[in-house]
Design a protein around this ligand. Structure first.
Ligand code: IMP
Ligand code: MG
Length: 235
């Protein structure tokens, strides 16, 4: 249900409070998407995908606007962009390109530095309850900084809640989260990022660095994975 989240206590969908509604582009549950033949898709994935749900060009256009909103809100002070690997890397690179373009074409600009963290919570198409933090710099370098966490997709919200609680121990000046996608799902904890690219139906999505057991990161468009492919690439 668009603009609502599932309340495990009340067993109903309740609307998000006004203060946490950010502008986003909603892809409806009955979105038919686009036939694969209309776009360029790697030959090795043709049989694995049902349809293109978000073409690459639309991702770029929406990302450009997210960059503008972020600079407007965070542009007063040094920004540390923290990429959540691996799924966030394409979005991170494209978003930062747009932020850089704003920085070099306006009278005001802020230093932008980058950092990377690796989290893992998925096996096949299921979120596991354990969120593993692998690698990354010492989080203590983020003390006093404006931190922008860049994530690919929020589903249950558990990954982000775990990272946010780790970060809060380092006392950053400000923490904002931008996620390209947020899934409408009854499994959501109710957590919402500060900036959202698209709200998407509860299907397993791949492409634009989103993976299924490491496959499909080399696909530009965001697509729905079909059931055969889930079997084919299962571990
Ligand atoms: P959460 O902790 O349930 O919010 O899951 C977030 C993480 O799960 C994301 O960072 C992704 O890595 C992964 N994930 C969730 N849904 C999908 C999907 O549809 N495709 C690919 N990865 C996903
Ligand atoms: Mg991720």
């Amino acid at each position: 249900v668009a603009g609502h989240f599932w309340s495990p206590q009340l067993h109903i969908y309740v609307p998000f409070p006004k203060c946490v509604i950010s502008l986003l582009l909603q892809i409806p549950d009955d979105e038919k998407g686009y036939k694969l033949d209309l776009f360029c898709v790697p030959k090795h994935y043709e049989e694995d995908l049902d349809q293109v749900i978000i073409p690459h060009g639309l991702i770029m256009d929406r990302t450009e606007r997210l960059a503008r909103d972020i600079v407007r809100d965070m542009g007063g002070h040094h920004i540390v962009a923290l990429c959540v690997l691996k799924g966030g890397y394409t979005f991170f690179a494209d978003l930062l390109d747009y932020i850089k373009a704003l920085n070099q074409n306006s009278d005001k600009s802020v230093p932008l530095t980058v950092d990377f963290i690796r989290l893992k919570s998925y096996c096949n198409d299921q979120s596991t309850n354990i969120v593993k933090v692998i690698g990354g710099d010492e989080l203590s370098t983020l003390t006093g900084k404006n931190v922008l966490i860049v994530e690919d997709i929020v589903e249950t919200g558990r990954t982000m809640e775990t990272l946010l609680s780790l970060l809060s121990e380092c006392n950053p000046k400000m923490v904002k989260v931008v996620s390209l996608l947020v899934k409408r799902t009854p499994r959501s904890s109710g957590y919402r990022p500060d900036y959202i690219g698209f709200e998407v139906p509860d299907s397993f999505l791949v492409g634009y660095a989103l993976d299924y057991n490491e496959y499909f990161r080399d696909l530009s468009h965001i697509c729905i994975l079909n059931e055969n492919a889930k079997e084919k690439y299962k571990v």
